[in-house]
Write a protein that binds this ligand. Structure first.
Ligand code: 2AM
Ligand code: CA
Ligand code: CA
Ligand code: CA
Length: 287
């Protein structure tokens, strides 16, 4: 891959995301059409769909051989399989529930993966005008300035980001509640942002020290995972195994030492073995 091509891809996506941000900002404070997806709390608006259409149409015109994975165009909310082909992974609005309620943690997320590795990542919160970006190997940036995660190694001194997601399955809620409880017994605090991507960006910029979530998808993490790692953070599967962006599980921590303290506390939820019903797994130690 020529350096030159990456520059073209990066500039193209930055321009497009800035354009899409204007549509998100315009929709943020007006009444909108809201529909539900998998259940009554899994929401989608006309803006999610419109922004994904704009991004895919414009990127396809520029790069006709590239593939696309987008939340709103993936069948029944399930992700398409990531291949070695250049693939744009798009979440048009991360934090749709926030968008519906006028809570300003919303972001447009776009990542480009080549050979299954994410090389370009952009997460843009147009309401707060926070643009997070990274190109693999070149560091992470917020509004053009380099960012770095904290150096925190102690859970007892950490601010951790949690999440409840959209599942209302009692077993899943129990497992997630138990995880929050295990963490809050030790940490300074737990925060919930309602945006998986911005949660990882908050770690990237050092405002929080760790994040754990089960149930989000590749489009939630593809861009923000690269931004967090380029800012120095450690991302892995919550079991401690290597991260697989398609496995719907994420542990991100400012340091590996911190991830190693959080992992053994967790009750894991497995979305891979049985796609119809998540399985709650017994705790197991960091691998
Ligand atoms: P969304 O707003 O794009 O739907 C909410 O906890 C955060 O997790 C949001 O970033 C949300 O993305 C994402 N998310 C989406 N589906 C989820 C799921 N089934 N479980 C957990 N989080 C999910
Ligand atoms: Ca999302
Ligand atoms: Ca979304
Ligand atoms: Ca969604």
């Amino acid at each position: 891959m020529l350096e030159h091509d990456i520059d073209v891809y990066y500039k193209t996506v930055l321009d497009l995301v800035s354009l899409a941000g204007k549509v998100v900002s315009q929709g943020f404070s007006v009444a909108k059409r809201i529909e539900t997806k998998s259940n009554t709390v899994d929401l989608v608006t006309e803006y999610d769909q419109r922004i994904e259409e704009i991004l895919i149409k414009q990127l396809r015109e520029k790069f006709p051989t590239h593939k696309f994975i987008g939340e709103e165009s993936s069948a029944a909310g399930h992700e398409a399989t990531l291949t070695d082909d250049p693939t744009w992974i798009i979440d048009p609005i991360d934090g749709t529930t926030n968008f519906v309620h006028g809570f300003p943690m919303v972001a447009i997320c776009v990542a480009l993966a080549i050979n299954k590795d994410v090389i370009i990542a952009v997460v843009f919160n147009p309401i707060l005008d926070h643009l997070y970006s990274a190109v693999r190997g070149k560091g992470a940036f917020k509004n053009g300035r380099p960012i770095q995660c904290s150096k925190q190694t102690e859970l007892g001194l950490s601010q951790v980001i949690g999440a409840y997601g959209y599942s209302r399955d009692p077993a899943v809620l129990d497992a997630k509640s138990k995880n929050q409880r295990m963490i809050i017994e030790k940490a300074h605090s737990i925060r919930m942002m309602g945006s998986a991507a911005l949660s990882l960006c908050l770690i990237a910029e050092g405002s929080c020290d760790a994040y754990v979530e089960y149930g989000a998808y590749i489009w939630d993490y593809a861009a923000s995972d690269l931004i967090a790692r380029e800012a120095g953070a450690y991302t892995c599967d919550p079991t401690g195994a290597p991260l697989n962006l398609s496995h719907r599980r994420m542990l991100c921590a400012a340091t590996k030492e911190l991830a190693e303290q959080i992992s053994p506390l967790l009750t894991h939820i497995d979305y891979v073995s049985d796609s119809k019903k998540p399985t709650i797994m017994k705790r197991f130690l960091f691998l």
